[in-house]
Design a protein around this ligand. Structure first.
Ligand SMILES: CC(C)(COP(=O)(O)OP(=O)(O)OC[C@H]1O[C@@H](n2cnc3c(N)ncnc32)[C@H](O)[C@@H]1OP(=O)(O)O)[C@@H](O)C(=O)NCCC(=O)NCCS
Length: 206
């Protein structure tokens, strides 16, 4: 009988999260056009990136390629998720969860106690993800997405800076396989197009 050759284990997934830069925008726009019926324009991303004190935009990269991104608007005690998207080829691999974990922690670190967002009433996938993080529905904005005639569900999560909520985040994090490396911070980094040392390795997206 032939000896059984052990199958090599698949390489562990390593996801880097880092501040979004202009050079990431080509890849971001590619994902944006695949997942949203009315994608944001390049100009809109550029203007968001310019608002450095009240925004925190992040990309998720694997082997140098951008596979997801998120955006956070900070307004004192309240923070607002402006966007979150993952390349369809990477859905259900915990990328959205990593981005959301990072956003909630960034919001809390920057002084927010509560986090809100709007989501299409028909977007069940995103709502499942948000509910896992403790977001609850707080109202409906009629015809918020005018291009598709859809209403938005407004969701909130409260008390994100408490030990109890931090524990919830740790429990969610424990369920995500692979490694998440957070590079730099969305706060006080080196300018809209500064380079992190990590950027010199691997493939650049743009
Ligand atoms: C919403 C989105 C960001 C989720 O990204 P993702 O990387 O697939 O999310 P995760 O793998 O971290 O999913 C975490 C959990 O959310 C839930 N979930 C995610 N996608 C789901 C789906 N299609 N159906 C049901 N549940 C889903 C599951 O509970 C999942 O955990 P599991 O895979 O262990 O069951 C992604 O679907 C996306 O980019 N959608 C298009 C853009 C969008 O709608 N953004 C939100 C705008 S408000």
């Amino acid at each position: 009988m032939a000896a059984r050759i052990p199958r090599p284990a698949p390489p562990a997934l390593v996801v880097h999260l880092m501040p979004m830069r202009r050079r990431h925008l080509r890849a971001v726009m590619r994902i944006e056009s695949q997942v949203y019926p009315r994608p944001w324009s390049l100009a809109l991303f550029m203007s968001e990136l310019a608002l450095r004190t009240t925004r925190a935009y992040t990309v998720a990269r694997v082997d140098g390629a951008v596979i997801g991104y998120s955006g956070l608007m900070l307004a004192g005690d309240d923070a607002h998720v402006t966007t979150i998207a993952v390349d369809p080829a990477w859905h259900r691999r915990g990328i959205g969860s990593r981005l959301l974990l990072n956003m909630v922690r960034t919001a809390a670190a920057r002084g927010a106690g509560h986090l809100t967002l709007e989501v299409r009433v028909g977007n069940e996938a995103a709502q499942v993800l948000y509910r896992r993080f403790g977001f609850y529905p707080a109202g409906v904005r009629k015809n918020y997405y005018a291009e598709t005639n859809e209403d938005a569900l407004v969701m909130w999560v409260d008390d994100i800076a408490t030990p109890v909520y931090r524990e919830r985040l740790a429990e969610i994090e424990a369920t995500i396989s692979g490694t998440t490396v957070v590079v730099g911070s969305a706060e006080g980094d080196g300018g809209p197009d500064s380079r992190e040392p990590e950027d010199n390795q691997g493939r650049e997206d743009a």
